[in-house]
Design a protein around this ligand. Sequence first.
Ligand SMILES: *Cc1c(COP(=O)(O)O)cnc(C)c1O
Length: 396
Amino acid sequence: MYGKFQEHLQSEIAAIKEAGLYKKERTICSPQGAEITLADGSKALNFCANNYLGLADNKRLIEAAKKAMDERGFGMSSVRFICGKQDLHEKLEKAISDYFHTEDTILYAACFDANGGVFEPLLTAEDAIISDALNHASIIDGVRLCKAVRYRYANADMEDLERCLKEAQAQRFRIICTDGVFSMDGNVAPMDKICDLAEKYDALVMVDESHSAGVVGPTGHGVAEQFGLYGRIDIFTGTLGKSFGGAVGGFTTGRKEIIEMLRQRSRPYLFSNSLPPMLCAAGIELFKILSEGNELHDRQQENVAYFSEKMIAAGFDIHPTQSAICAVMLYDPILAGNFAAEMAKENIFVTSFTYPVVPKGKDRIRVQLSAAHTREQLDKAIAAFVKVGKKLGVIK
Ligand SMILES: *Cc1c(COP(=O)(O)O)cnc(C)c1O
């Protein structure tokens, strides 16, 4: 049987390559950080990680994880409703609730699971989910797993959201769901307007803080802090894999009864292993670090401002950003691909994004700034952008 199926896969893979969409992976042989070492021993500056606060190689997190591994072992070998949890899981859930000013939190193996398991337990075919068109794949999959009626509004378009809310008045309950920061443009969802519309049209609000937590808001506590919306957002989901240390782990945090119901019915929680104790301990330490001061967040913000300003002065077209994501617009798929390849030759890692990941003609290089980047490293990256930009005729 495999012969025919193998031929089918080989031709599909060839088509992916032909379309220029084949994904290759480089091999890193050092900790994740501003500077990384590759398998051949060469070094490069990394501007494509979600390591926004530079904590992926943080000594305190590593120590906390090691200590927990010595004291609590390697893994839980179970799901929580069968074997229970450790106090470390409870403490991490409490730390997340405190950080987001919410009532309770439920941990998942990843935010992909949090989003996959949030809608189906709460809503039925009588209800409506109203989703931003640019929401993350995991929200889209979570919505697909739920029988609620689906509505989709254009990215951050409040008129279009209002149209959906009017149409959805026929349903029993309505929920608006959105990313906090959209990962292609780096724009922040207009949460104040979303919450106002939610109130007017009697809808719940859910936001995925994966790219916004640790970054957005005066002290980086996310969109509720940014817009002064504590108590008005019903559900937050997020990841421990970006600003919050960069390992793995996800969570849903929000109203007490919502979290209580998820513990009873959310399938990625019920039927998947609980987080290993070392990740819980590192997570607890992470929120302690964040509570001690705002330096990492401030440095991250300064780095975005510095980088954008210098790039605009050099003549690049930078998409206005409100996050750690800086899109250098090139408007051509081949140019964007070549640009990223030329940057790699300069030992600067940035990612090109082309259709269908971004709209046709909106091809770009995405740069992700971190608190870990030094001024000198930013200057090196900017110099490489200028060199490649001139070579490829993007700037004069
Ligand atoms: C990265 C990301 C996720 C997935 O997070 P994991 O914890 O890595 O599964 C979910 N939602 C958004 C918006 C993200 O950016």
